[in-house]
Design a protein around this ligand. Sequence first.
Ligand code: DOR
Ligand code: ZN
Length: 362
Amino acid sequence: MSVSQLFDQAASARRVDKITIRRPDDFHVHLRDGAMLQAVLPFTANQFARGIIMPNLVPPVTTVEAAAAYRERILAARPEGSDFEPLMTCYLADTTTPDEIEKGFRDGVWKAAKLYPAGATTNSHFGVTDIPALAPVFERMAKIGMPVLIHGEATDPAVDIFDREAVFMEQSLLPLLKRHPGLKVVIEHVTTAETVDIVRAHASRAAGTITPHHLVINRTSIFQGGLRPHLYCLPVAKREHHRLALRKAVTSGDSCFFIGTDTAPHRRNAKEAECCSAGVFGGATALQTYVQVFDEEGALDRFEAFASVNGAQFYGIPLNRGTITLERRESRIMAAVAVDDTEVVVFQGGETLPWSVGPVVA
Ligand code: DOR
Ligand code: ZN
């Protein structure tokens, strides 16, 4: 046996082929409603014990009543035997009042509020047009310890789409953090190295979610061999050095980063269209993708913190009991999920991924 063969043998002896972790949560999920909810919920419920449910329905979930009713529809759509727990959010509008926010929080209906700058993304038209004007709402949220979840992109059409996150952070996020030092903030779907630094610099009360797709694609991927609509989401993927910074952040072990898949299903005809809707349906492959990244970065020992501990601690909710096992076992991913008479294309669908989701113990 050659020396290099000996090294290979030693390396494979050290190789981890299976990890069992505390059940994880997804702190950023779009489940939609109706037939789409029925079609996509099983995938999220299969991988995650709980999910922070995005409120950008049509019309948006702006009231305690609407959130409670949506929660019931999600519970009713769960697959037989599923214990998946939806954690609801309130969609902030210019008209949101501090009392409505506090009522939903105290009644245990919602856990957080989502701030979409008006026009920033899918179904954000009723979002916030003047962030400083919402100060009374943020003050109340700071007082009751309710986090605000931020889609951090500038909406001025003159700003280059690849700069919208950076501009928002400088012009809106940093001033907001300054005005409300007690406010807990989640910067959703972080896509740049600079935002990673901002999250870290405010880690005592700020956190960042990072999607699976932003860990594996960069902006060039969207144009690889032609235009790939199923890789288009917002914030749009950035340059390679940003992707590498995101991989470093998630595998750092730092408690300010946790899972938020931003799984955002759209029907095939809405993606393969003259004007493609933003969103990647990552719900069916989320854990397989994340665990592959941690494996490639030699950080499997840090996966549980990112997947199952950091987010719950930030939100102040109990850690899940029970476990999920992830195995180094190749599996071919289904290409698409049927919805009505059409389908939703699965992120990495049709590919063979090296890791598979194994048994869940509740
Ligand atoms: O790509 C995205 N899709 N980004 C968002 O912020 C919203 C989401 C959606 O709801 O489709
Ligand atoms: Zn989202």
